[in-house]
Design a protein around this ligand. Sequence first.
Ligand code: ADP
Ligand code: MG
Length: 243
Amino acid sequence: MAHVVEIKDLHKSFGELEVLKGIDFTVDQGHVVCIIGPSGSGKSTLLRCVNLLEQPSKGTVRVGGVELTDPDVDIDAARRRLGMVFQSFNLFPHMTVLQNVMIAQRRVLKRGKGDAERIARENLEKVGVADKCDAFPPQLSGGQQQRVAIARALAMDPDLMLFDEPTSALDPELVGDVLSVMRKLARDGMTMLVVTHEMSFAREVADRVVFMDGGVVVEEGPPAQVIGAPRHERTRTFLKRVL
Ligand code: ADP
Ligand code: MG
């Protein structure tokens, strides 16, 4: 089976601080991998190395067979294959929902207006906010805004979706809507790398769970093992705190 993501011996330092100390793992086509671990363990830095917002200090990152760490790689082309959803939604507040989902399609993929609008509407439908096309982001709830952000990423036809704590900024009653959209994406076969503290989501949806602490992968495996029967003391200590 093809690896969509292949990370080998990935290191990242900020000055003297070594944040990633040799990370290895893969994500297979159509799989969901959830990354869990305490705050400060390097989860966001890892995702930022996968989407090229950070330059790794050492090691390789391959996405869809393209080595992102190759100095000759076309970064914009490589980044186009990735959809990213962050804790903060980063929608343009002065543009309508529809315009927010169209703009990168128009500017980056050079889609015509008609195609971009049709694809935007399809994806807004998919995430359950089609009725908000003409609203402006500040008029929406956090959960609706995050679903618009997901639609915006999906409209770019990514090979891989990266999520960095997509529900952490949401009021508790809004978390479920975003998680159910993510569940649906997973069922539809989207390849996903998800940093999350939602253990029930990870347990239910992930094909594999990666537990990180202190810049290393402490253990990884199917959720029933890593969350259900962790082998390492550090994993058990973390789970006790979040479960
Ligand atoms: P997590 O997402 O697991 O909470 P992060 O990847 O955000 O962890 O951060 C890991 C460590 O790296 C933290 O100690 C953080 O302060 C440090 N760090 C992250 N980004 C930078 C940066 N741009 N410059 C310096 N230190 C950073
Ligand atoms: Mg983080």
